[in-house]
Design a protein around this ligand. Structure first.
Ligand code: ADP
Length: 261
């Protein structure tokens, strides 16, 4: 268990969630959703029951990645029922409750906060080993809502190489500290490209500062992901579950399993 007593948070009778882990980034577009979906897939392959709460309300990309585009969440009385992916991951997302998934979400802050709370306390998650939360990007008050509404036990921070030379990682780390939630570690995404001919790794954005920055904030490094056009195409096609390499983010998987202890 984390530092926060679960009884402080709303629960519902049809959810029995053992561990809640949030995937956070300092800004949008760094691959937070891909990492969230990837860790969920790896946990599922390892035999756990997994859900994803897509708290990125205004930029939801989890349903598409798992081939759930066009699907709609059903209701059971007052409770929402998650949609279930091919490999059994339970997903709740604003895209599953909108009439048309191309409708922009123009909700104001309090409405977004309400949706996030509803996705936790009024969704029938059933028994889950892990609920991963795809966080709204950045350290806004919408992100705060998640920490105030859900018993988050650990945070995975996703960064791009550029974030590591600015204050963006510091902001994410500070938020975790203020919320008293441990950071499980950091993933650097789009870290390099691998030459398809010779296998040489090219650090497009210059030499990675990941180890330096991780040491500065006492963070574990949970992996470095290359820019991978095939993986991007698989996510676009809704096939992340079948396309993810076997070794994908194995250290992040281990960090999630360590929360169990
Ligand atoms: P975020 O959740 O941080 O906004 P996403 O996970 O939605 O970012 O990723 C943004 C876009 O970049 C998506 O189209 C995704 O497929 C692509 N992408 C993310 N990581 C990679 C990667 N390592 N290689 C190639 N494309 C990637």
């Amino acid at each position: 268990g984390g530092k926060t007593a679960p009884q402080e948070f709303e629960e519902n009778a049809l959810s029995e969630v053992k561990h809640v882990i949030a995937v956070l980034s300092g800004k949008g577009g760094v691959g937070k959703s891909l990492v969230c979906g990837g860790i969920a897939t790896q946990l599922t392959r390892a035999g756990y029951k997994v859900g994803i709460l897509d708290a990125d309300i205004t930029g939801p990309s989890i349903p598409k990645m798992f081939g759930l585009s066009g699907r709609h969440a059903h209701a059971l009385g007052k409770l929402l029922l998650p949609e279930v992916t091919e490999s059994g991951i339970h997903v709740m997302s604003s895209n599953l409750v909108l009439q048309n998934e191309t409708d922009p979400v123009l909700w104001r802050g309090p409405v977004i906060a309400g949706a996030i709370r509803q996705f936790w306390s009024e969704t029938s998650w059933g028994p889950l080993d892990y609920l991963l939360v795809d966080m709204p990007p950045g350290t806004s008050d919408v992100a705060l809502t998640v920490f105030q509404s859900l018993p988050v036990e650990g945070i995975v921070i996703v960064t791009s190489p550029q974030d590591l030379v600015s204050m963006i990682v510091a902001k994410a780390v500070n938020m975790a500290q203020k919320m008293d939630v441990p950071v499980l570690g950091v993933v650097e995404n789009m870290s390099y490209i691998e030459c398809p001919d010779c296998g040489k790794k090219i650090e497009v954005f210059g030499k990675s500062k990941l180890d330096e920055v991780a040491a500065q904030y006492s963070l574990d490094v949970l992996g470095r992901l290359p820019i991978d056009p095939a993986l991007a195409a698989a996510c676009d096609a809704g096939k992340i579950e079948e396309s993810l390499p076997a070794e994908f983010l194995s250290q992040a998987l281990a960090a999630c399993e360590a929360v169990e202890a």
